[in-house]
Write a protein that binds this ligand. Structure first.
Ligand SMILES: *Cc1c(COP(=O)(O)O)cnc(C)c1O
Length: 420
């Protein structure tokens, strides 16, 4: 079955009413009816809903579809993209361990990995995902994770996937790819040998900016990498918190199972069934929207490139962009998603453009069907010193767009009058 069909049908058996839309099971608990059934569920002899912090029938369908469109084995939905990233890491790393993270990732991921996790004894080393030459030197016996983004937010950088996967294979270390911006429509990390895909579903998957959510998905043969691997004792030694259960001995996708049984149980970042339902709605049209986001962004980028007051434009989907060969290599039909950056002369002029647009909203989000414009130097990056700004590729005149699904001509007209 192809991705488009999977996104619409997988995981849902219609009920007695033949309900076309997936029902929202807005419930906290489930009546097991017998003590035996309850005991079997808790002992994993039988699988089924126990309590909505652990699983829920609506969320299950969303998870099955996410696993399906990513061509993975199993998925776990989370209350937010951030908790999904946190879970993806701490499912493998504990105090005393280190993680290796790309220097081109979402700002929130940087604060989590370099500052907050350090307080819990997990240290972070950084590498350049575009040129991962030094990655090998960073790996030691306590390294548990290599984390990067397939199309990074906000730098819009595309990694050297082969090189990263090749080094990770050599050291038997798990790779995690945040696929939020590319989405499984443009790029399927697991098909390239990456072990875990992680998402903020708040963005393109939801598509309309109506629910915060996240998901992690494991590759089909990831069990083989974890079982017997000395790097990952938590999967191979008895889990005292679960009557000495050894994950490696179970006939299930153990990375996702452990994230659910241990992390979701103890940290509790469960999505609401209603938000899972909203994300199911979004996933159904993701393939159509990604094509349109990419097409619109291409047109807007072309226009800005031709404008005399625009100093530079960065959109990997443009044929003359330095990363275009990577779009051709990795992304379906040369689609390049809806994020782009451009630069104008100075700080004040950039701000005046934000104040003059009528269709573009001044908001901090991406992947919405409605277009968004941001000025990092006065908002998201206003606390960052000037030299670090330059390093992050942010200039006083840098403007970011998340191009939505309006008619591209209207968006171009809006920008044209705002540029003056
Ligand atoms: C937004 C975003 C996140 C965080 O997700 P939330 O759903 O906002 O918690 C993580 N990674 C990327 C690439 C993002 O764009």
């Amino acid at each position: 079955m192809n991705q488009e069909t999977q996104a619409l049908h997988v995981g849902y058996e219609k009920n007695d009413f033949g309900t076309m839309s997936v029902p929202i099971y807005q419930t906290t608990a489930y009546d097991f009816e017998t003590a035996e059934k309850a005991a079997n569920l808790f002992a994993l002899k039988e699988l089924g809903p126990i309590y909505t912090r652990l699983n829920n029938p609506t969320t299950d369908i969303f998870e099955t579809r996410m696993a399906s469109v990513e061509n993975g084995e199993a998925a776990l939905a989370n209350a937010s993209g951030h908790s999904a990233i946190l879970f993806s890491i701490i499912n493998l790393a504990s105090a005393g361990d280190n993680i290796i993270v790309s220097n081109k990732v979402y700002g929130g991921t940087t604060s989590l990995t370099t500052h907050t996790l350090k307080r819990f004894g997990i240290t972070c080393k950084n590498f350049d995902s575009s040129n991962p030459e030094d990655l090998e030197d960073l790996i030691d016996e306590n390294s548990k994770v290599i984390l990067f983004e397939s199309l990074s937010n906000p730098q819009i950088a595309i990694p050297n996937v082969e090189k990263i996967v090749q080094i990770a294979q050599k050291y038997n270390i798990v790779t995690i790819c945040d696929n939020t911006v590319a989405t499984p429509i443009l790029f399927q990390p697991l098909n390239h040998g990456i072990d875990v895909a992680v998402h903020s579903t708040s963005k393109y998957i939801n598509g309309q900016g109506t629910a915060i959510g996240g998901a992690l998905i494991q590759r089909k043969d990831l069990n083989d990498k974890l079982i017997g691997n000395k790097r990952y004792p938590e999967f191979n030694e008895p889990d005292e918190s679960y009557h000495g259960l050894i994950y490696a001995e179970l006939p299930f996708p153990i990375y996702i199972l452990r994230a659910r049984l241990s992390l979701m149980r103890d940290f509790g970042a469960a999505p609401s069934p209603f938000n899972s339902w909203l994300n199911i709605q979004g996933l159904e049209t993701l393939h159509v929207r990604m094509r349109e986001h990419s097409r619109n962004t291409y047109k807007v980028a072309k226009f800005l490139k031709s404008h005399p007051k625009v100093k530079s434009v960065s959109y990997p989907g443009l044929e003359d962009d330095p990363q275009y060969h990577l779009v051709e290599k990795y992304f379906k039909d040369n689609m390049s998603s809806g994020l782009m950056n451009f630069e104008v002369e100075d700080f004040e002029y950039a701000k005046s453009i934000l104040n003059s647009t009528k269709i573009f909203a001044v908001a901090t989000n991406i992947g919405d069907s409605k277009s968004i414009i941001t000025h990092p130097a006065s908002t998201t990056h206003s606390q960052v010193p000037m030299d670090e700004l330059k390093e992050a590729g942010v200039n006083p005149g840098s403007i970011r767009l998340s191009v939505g699904l309006e008619n591209a001509d209207d968006l171009i007209e809006d920008l044209k009058s705002a540029l003056g």
